[in-house]
Design a protein around this ligand. Structure first.
Ligand code: NAP
Length: 389
């Protein structure tokens, strides 16, 4: 069903979805086997039905070395999950299939590699603290860290943390952070990845969190061996079918908006089309929240506050008597929309029905000592909600 159908039933639509398309590096060898998107891995261990059957070759006869490209929080999450002891994972709401696969994992070394330095890294201190404290894993990093006193507060704390933990006692498992290595190509044995070649980078001003790199004529190539690679270099949102019919479009992966009010190029502007703000105006009754509003940045708290802002914009517009979508008077709301969903062969799920699924997840988690055991099969979900799958 195209999203523009909603305009017949509601006065406003809030697009509150995320960024699901992983960005690609676009370098040689990227399609070889054992190269994965970090986002797919996260969706898999979080139990998304669409990712239930993904395979990550974690087991096998040899200890495995893993490279993660990118130094954002997603990269750190992937590294942490790969090396976290099973007794710790057992207390999370990770689905059993992911736990079982991780129980067989032979991953022993994880290198999280960034193209810039520690001061420019995108991860936050809370996530870094979790990485340096993984039980049973050594943490390693080598870098001429700048004097933290000269840095802004978050970077000051981060460098302090890195310095304190660099070169901890060796252990069977190691997680390391490597800096200033730009991915150049994946090295393969013709089929699977066996490592990556990087170009060493030099920063223009290592203390500046926004520092670019210096382009050097003499490139130093660095080879890092690996049995698996995860790329974790960000995401973009994808457009939904029917958006164009609402008069809106994503630009560079987000819905252009003003405090959540979605904007589009003004229909009154003919001729030269520029994508700058000046020619954009509010689209009646259409709002955005989440990463489709902001792009893939920020932690849960900042995304939450950004969503409150969208809610406030909507209420303010309503109270100010601004124009909204023109819902058909006789079709209004959920009751009418449900019929439309059924007409096209869909199964609308009521709130009370959804709660039955949640209750069952809790029950299944109890004997395992978990908050819940997620149900990852949509047919099972439908059956529990009292629908024929
Ligand atoms: P991110 O924070 O934007 O980090 C992307 C990383 O990829 C950066 O280190 C970036 O380096 C690097 N990168 C981009 N293009 C590259 C290229 N061509 N070659 C090499 N490296 C490249 O993205 P993310 O980790 O996907 O996270 C997205 C958002 O979710 C972030 O705001 C994050 O904080 C949030 N998040 C939060 C949590 C949490 O709250 N626990 C957990 C997961 C994610 P440059 O800086 O040099 O571009």
């Amino acid at each position: 069903m195209d999203v523009n159908v909603l305009q017949h039933y509601y006065d406003a639509i809030v697009f509150a979805y995320g960024a699901s398309r992983p960005r690609k590096l676009g370098i040689e060898g990227e399609d070889a086997a054992n190269i994965y998107s970090a986002g797919d891995f996260v969706n898999w261990y979080n139990g998304l039905p669409s990712h239930r059957h993904h395979q990550f070759h974690l087991d096998g006869p040899n200890p495995k070395r893993v490279i993660i490209i990118g130094q954002g929080n997603v990269a750190l999450d992937v590294g942490r999950i790969l090396l976290t002891p099973l007794d710790v994972l057992a207390n999370t709401d990770m689905p059993q299939y992911a736990y079982d696969a991780l129980a067989k994992s032979q991953v022993k070394r994880v290198s999280i590699i960034g193209r810039r330095g520690p001061v420019q890294a995108a991860f936050t201190n809370k996530e870094l603290r979790e990485i340096v404290n993984i039980p049973g894993a050594a943490f390693n990093t080598r870098f001429p860290f700048p004097d933290p006193k000269t840095l802004p507060r978050p970077q000051n704390r981060m460098i302090d943390l890195l310095r304190k933990h660099q070169g901890t006692t060796p252990a069977e498992k190691t997680i390391s952070l490597e800096f200033c290595l730009k991915p150049h190509r994946f090295v393969t044995d013709g089929d699977r990845v066996v490592g990556m070649e990087f170009i060493r980078q030099t920063l223009v001003s290592p203390r500046d969190p926004k520092s670019p790199v210096i382009e050097l004529a003499d490139e130093e190539r660095v080879f890092v061996p690996a049995d698996m690679v995860f790329t974790s270099i960000g995401y973009s949102s994808v457009p939904l079918r029917g958006m164009a019919a609402l008069g809106i479009n994503l630009i560079r992966g987000v819905l252009p908006n003003d405090e959540g009010r979605v904007k589009a190029i003004s229909a009154r502007d003919f001729g030269l089309v520029r994508s700058d703000d000046a020619m954009m105006e509010r689209v009646d009754g259409v709002y955005a929240a989440g990463w489709v509003k902001t792009g893939p940045t920020g932690v849960i708290a900042s995304t939450m506050y950004s969503s409150f802002e969208t809610g406030e914009s909507l209420v303010q517009d309503w109270n100010d008597g601004r124009s909204f979508l023109k819902a058909d008077a006789e079709k209004r709301g959920w009751e009418g929309f449900k019929e439309e969903v059924r007409r096209v062969g869909g199964e609308p799920i009521e709130w009370e029905e959804w709660k039955k699924i949640e209750e069952e997840e809790g029950k299944r988690g109890e004997p395992l000592g978990k908050e819940r055991e997620k149900i990852v099969d949509t047919r099972q979900m439908l059956a529990l909600a009292g629908h024929s799958p």
